[in-house]
Design a protein around this ligand. Structure first.
Ligand code: ADP
Ligand code: ZN
Length: 610
């Protein structure tokens, strides 16, 4: 059931209505009342009334004479005249002198004092309070509640303070893919002419503090275009209905200023997968905001010069609608920096402080493995603070080393910081994969090996890239793949004689592949070409369902185990035979943390000196 939202009628409407009523009263009704209360008459009428004895109270002043009739129903007013016997005559007819006629305060005034003033005070107070409320809600002076729309809407454009790519240390791959955007913003005509269109949206994916915001700013800085920025969480903290209108506002401003960069930080705050079930009171607000964002993205033409960059550290939680072609269809990984990257980041931030001659940033970077750019910046700052505490203005090596501990203690809990032993195990594990792959025929070449923890939670990563797309795989190639998957664990066994939990993903993949070979690819001689499993839905993860008897099922399990075991043994053998290379490569990876396929091959093919 959907909640019916009563639209917030701006308070000012009510105030307005009250004000109009007051005005009508003031100008039309009040004068009539006032006229009926004090009647101005000529002196003649006054004299006539005296003669009739029709005077109640009288009050003679220099400038006017106020009097009432006998029944005191009406107050009269007249101007005094030369009349020496007036007092005597009034006395004779028994008029009262010794009471003060209260000249009624003009009803307009009394009305103003008793009604309008309080209302004005309340209005002012109300306005003030609402404004305070809005500010607290983070809306700045966005004035939807007052129905004044965009006249004083928030401006999202931000100064990039001339941030350039050179200010972002490391992250070369990310910079490379973003350089194209900069080029496009410089010269969109070139792209239009070639019929090429820039992606509208680019997703920067990586852990917090790796410089995603910085990179986005650097793109704007390099291209010298305006930088619009908003955080996803800012959208949802707003009042009902504000998120969508903010999106609209943001894009309207952006389109006016094109070419420009729009940066949406923490996009997962609004872009989370929508739950397929009925929205039980759910997050309608977030959904509306997301829908508005999608509408806006679809709404503007390609090559309008508005490029949307968004950052997230949870790409898997994003709604698929966001990552469809024409929306955020390009992904730029911004991973934690490796040793070289960390050193570079430390040096960039160290420019802001004074250090003693010959400070060893390499050593600091080595100690801070797993730290993000933001944490490294923090290390430098902590070091400077420590120096000040000790009465110095120049930072020395001890300050830096000390501050690593301060900062690392902070993040050790949340981040996977590897101990040296763990790092060594992961190094051997990854080299195990790579070496097994390299020593078999028809294996895809190794592209990159790293022991920098990934966003996905993996502690290391060996990237293989097939030369050219492959659609057909031979049985041998598949077996080799399985052997490669088992290579990580095999290396741990060969070198350390014990196993770790680090191979869980490998095991899963190897099993899946082995199973598919038997049940779907007909690669087992005994079963032959019988489909033992059918894939249910290729696009939803490809869950397979069994299509055979329980007995066959048991046999399949048996065969899968055998297959993996055979390949595992093969991998072990390869590693044992190449033990010296394994050691050499693992040590190299341990030192460098990230190595390229070329470096790997160079060592592998290098002479067997050691
Ligand atoms: P993210 O948006 O990925 O969470 P930020 O871009 O906000 O990270 O980075 C936070 C801070 O960390 C930056 O202001 C900068 O001082 C520092 N930083 C992060 N990565 C780098 C880097 N690669 N080079 C230099 N400084 C960095
Ligand atoms: Zn592995």
């Amino acid at each position: 059931m959907k909640e019916v939202k009563t639209p917030k009628k701006p308070l000012i409407y009510y105030y307005g209505i009250v004000l109009i009523i007051i005005m009508i009263f003031n100008f039309l009704i009040a004068p009539m009342i006032s006229r009926s209360q004090v009647e101005e008459v000529g002196y003649g009428t006054f004299m006539d009334m005296i003669e009739e004895g029709n005077i109640g109270v009288v009050e003679v002043e220099d400038s006017q004479i106020l009097f009432t009739d006998k029944e005191e129903t009406t107050i009269y007013k007249t101007s005094p005249m030369e009349d020496p016997t007036l007092t005597q005559r009034l006395h004779d007819i028994g008029a009262e002198f010794n009471r003060v006629i209260e000249e009624p305060v003009s009803p307009i005034w009394s009305f103003l004092l008793s009604f309008v003033l309080p209302i004005l005070i309340f209005t002012a107070l109300g306005q003030y309070m609402s404004k305070k409320l809005m500010e607290q809600a983070g809306g700045g002076k966005n004035s939807l509640a007052f129905g004044m729309g965009k006249s004083n809407a928030k401006v999202y454009v931000q100064s990039t303070k001339g941030i350039k790519f050179s200010d972002v240390a490391g992250e070369d791959e990310a910079k490379e893919s973003l350089a194209e955007v900069v080029d496009y913003l410089h010269n969109p005509g070139k792209y239009t002419e070639a019929g090429a269109s820039m992606p509208k949206g680019i997703l920067l994916v990586g852990p917090p503090g790796t410089g995603k915001t910085m990179l986005a700013k650097a793109v704007a800085g390099e291209a010298n275009v305006p930088f619009f920025s908003i955080s996803g969480s800012e959208f949802v903290e707003m009042f009902v209905g504000m998120g969508a209108s903010k999106v609209r506002d943001l894009f309207r401003q952006a389109k006016e200023k094109a070419p420009c960069i729009v940066f949406i930080d923490e996009i997962d705050a609004i872009g989370q997968k929508r739950n397929s079930g009925g929205s039980m009171g759910g997050n309608d607000e977030r959904e509306q905001t997301l829908n508005q964002l999608l509408t806006e993205m679809d709404g503007f033409e390609e090559n309008t010069g508005v490029i949307i960059l968004a950052a997230t550290n949870r790409p898997e939680s994003l709604d698929p609608a966001l990552t469809r072609p024409g929306r955020f269809d390009r992904r730029v990984p911004v991973e934690l920096p490796d040793l070289k990257g960390r050193e570079a980041i430390l040096k960039v931030h160290a420019k802001k402080i004074k250090t003693t001659e010959g400070v060893d940033f390499h050593a600091i970077a080595r100690m801070a493995s797993g730290a993000s750019g933001a944490e490294l910046a923090n290390i430098i700052n902590e070091a400077a603070l420590r120096a000040v505490r000790n009465g110095r203005t120049i930072v020395n090596q001890a300050d830096l080393e000390e501050s690593i501990e301060v900062v690392i203690a902070g993040y050790q809990k949340k981040n996977a910081i590897l101990s040296n032993k763990e790092k060594l195990v992961v190094s051997y594990h990854e080299i195990g994969h790579a070496l097994v792959a390299a020593k078999q025929n028809n294996s895809a070449p190794v592209q990159k090996i790293t022991i920098i923890p990934r966003t996905s939670g993996a502690l290391g990563y060996t990237m293989q890239v097939d030369t050219g797309d492959k659609y057909l795989l031979t049985k041998e190639e598949l077996e080799n793949k399985i052997a490669t998957f088992t290579g990580g664990r095999a290396a741990e066994e060969v070198v350390f004689g014990e196993v770790t939990t680090g191979a869980s993903n490998d095991i899963e993949q190897a099993t899946k592949l082995a199973r598919a070979m038997i049940t779907r690819y007909g690669m087992n001689d005994e079963f032959g070409m019988v489909a033992l499993e059918t894939v249910q839905n290729q696009y939803l993860g490809g869950d397979a369902s069994l299509a055979c008897s329980a007995e066959t099922q048991r046999e399949i399990d048996q065969k899968v185990m055998e297959l993996v075991k055979t390949q595992h043994a093969k991998a072990r053998k390869i590693l044992e035979e190449n033990r010296s290379k394994l050691d050499e490569l693992a040590k190299y990876l341990y030192e460098k943390e990230t190595i390229t396929g070329d470096e790997f091959m160079a060592i592998l093919e290098g002479g067997e000196k050691e």
